[in-house]
Design a protein around this ligand. Structure first.
Ligand code: FAD
Ligand code: FES
Ligand code: FES
Length: 460
């Protein structure tokens, strides 16, 4: 019913705090009020803090949204807030750069920006200037982004200091937690026993969906079973036949490990939320939440992925196109969880991902599409996958549209035939993000865009 974690270098003992308290609320209650609550749903970055995570034999400072971490998720972790960055009244380089470049006005967003900028400056793999996209999960409503980007641009490699010294040492490993209904098992067997003992429990991985339900919709869970300490969900294996990606790896971790990832992965990843979210969001969580507008399903459906499911009776494998059963419903039985996602090799020769949203970056899809084709030397389509989110209650492949072009030449008339089939077969829903007619038109037009982009590339 109690646990410890390290906050700004000091051990903190937590007892008697409700399990759905956010890390943000807790640290602010400790008087560390640099991190702010702007939205409580991962959109603004005002609450950014640093987690110390493993990086090879050393560590890295990973920025995350503290509003989306339930406090018991911090158990055993080492966390730094903006207050830790200055040393004896001397500002950290990134803080001084913000002052020098005029990067702050009202200051509400500033601690969040500073923490993201700090993490980028100290990012172990960084060479050259700071990547301004590292700040893309932080919003500012008054300064404007130019002076903030200018501040980031002035930062070189970090000087040797207590933080670079900390990075030489390993990150803490997280263990079991039992805190007022928040349970974190460390083995699959324990996890299945807990799921059986708490049939109403909600599984939680990174929490970027579950914490939004808690914070914004006031949802209170009978129990939360955290999957974060299960090593079985953190595998990454690449062989000649397939890539196996642990369901519990964050998107950032997958990107670091999948060194031979196809171009479509690199197209997809930056369109998925923000770096702060990607540092916590898992691929398993993205599939299991079964949102019709999630971005993972179209990508993985187009790549013919399968999912490995584990339960008390053992393991089973399912093609991803049989995983989604209805609006927010999956083939997971009570007591089961997603272990990994398997992407078969060889990957399709031609694959593109498109996301139509109100904003280009850091927004949820209205319609997302992934097209994956193999086309032979004569221009004949040998394999076609057209996978969509946002055109039905579940993510799906437009199978009949695919069938109409396989075996035929890939040309404009094939595009129109597939569009005609979509007109008959896709049944989008209307909601505040887009009407059914608009979504259908998007689905059709994205295929056409895919075609015209290839023509442009061939002509270039
Ligand atoms: C600001 C913001 C922006 C976002 N932008 C995007 C976006 O651009 N695209 C997008 O697709 N999504 C987006 N999301 C949604 C979310 O980040 C993703 O769905 C994410 O991948 C969820 O992963 P998680 O580990 O945080 O899941 P959690 O919140 O921990 O869990 C989500 C659900 O999956 C279940 N679950 C988790 N892991 C497993 C498992 N291994 N086995 C069985 N069940 C499991 C949980 O019980 C829960 O029901 C966004 C969210 C926020 C807050
Ligand atoms: S308060 Fe806005 S992202 Fe956390
Ligand atoms: S300085 Fe006011 S919101 Fe950024």
């Amino acid at each position: 019913m109690a646990f410890d974690f390290t906050l700004n270098g000091r051990k903190v003992h937590v007892a008697g705090v409700p399990p759905q308290t956010t890390l943000l609320d807790f640290i602010r209650g400790q008087g560390l009020t640099g991190a702010k609550e702007g939205c409580a749903e991962g959109e603004c970055g005002a609450c950014t803090v640093l987690l110390v995570k493993a990086n090879g034999s050393g560590s890295a400072f990973v920025p995350v949204n503290s509003c989306l971490m339930f406090l018991p998720m911090a158990a055993g972790q080492e966390i730094y807030t903006v207050e830790a960055l200055a040393n004896g009244g001397r500002l950290a380089e990134c803080q001084q750069a913000m002052v020098d470049q005029g990067g702050s006005q009202c200051g509400y967003c500033t601690p969040g920006f500073v923490v993201s900028m700090f993490a980028e400056q100290y990012r172990p793999e960084r060479s050259g200037p700071c990547d301004v996209h590292a700040l893309s999960g932080n919003l500012c409503r008054c300064t404007g982004y130019r002076p903030i980007a200018d501040a980031a641009a002035t930062l070189g490699a970090p000087a040797a200091d207590r933080f670079t010294e900390r990075m030489q040492r390993p990150a803490p490993s997280i263990g079991a937690v039992n805190h007022g209904g928040f349970l974190r098992p460390t083995t699959l067997a324990e996890c299945f026993a807990l799921l059986a003992a708490h049939p109403g429990a909600r599984k939680v991985a990174g929490g970027t969906d579950v914490a939004v339900e808690s914070n914004l919709r006031g949802r209170r869970f009978d129990a939360l079973i955290s999957l974060e300490a299960l090593e079985e969900l953190r595998v990454f294996r690449a062989s000649a036949n397939e890539i196996e990606i642990g369901a519990g790896l964050t998107l950032t971790e997958i990107s670091a490990r999948w060194t031979a990832a196809p171009a479509v992965w690199h197209e997809w990843l930056p369109l998925f939320a923000s770096p702060l979210i990607r540092n916590r969001a898992t691929l398993g969580g993205n599939l299991a939440t079964a949102s019709p507008i999630g971005d993972g399903p179209p990508l993985l459906l187009a790549l013919d992925a399968r999912v490995r499911i584990a339960g008390p009776q053992g393991e089973r494998m399912l093609p991803l196109d049989q995983f989604f059963r209805g609006y927010r419903q999956t083939a997971l039985q009570p007591g089961e969880l997603l272990l990994s996602v398997i992407v078969p090799e060889p990957l399709p020769a031609l694959a593109r991902f498109y996301k139509a949203a109100k904003r280009r970056m850091d927004d949820i899809s209205t319609v997302a599409a992934c097209f994956a084709f193999d086309i032979d030397d004569r221009g004949v389509v040998r394999r076609a996958r057209m996978a969509y989110g946002g055109v039905a209650a579940i993510p799906l492949r437009a199978v009949e549209a695919e069938e109409t072009i396989v075996g035929a030449r890939w040309n404009e008339s094939a595009v129109h035939r597939a569009q005609d089939v979509m007109e008959r077969t896709l049944r989008p829903i209307s909601d505040h993000r887009g009407s059914a007619a608009y979504r259908l038109a998007l689905a059709q037009n994205l295929l056409e865009k895919f075609w015209w982009e290839q023509q442009a590339e061939a002509a270039a």
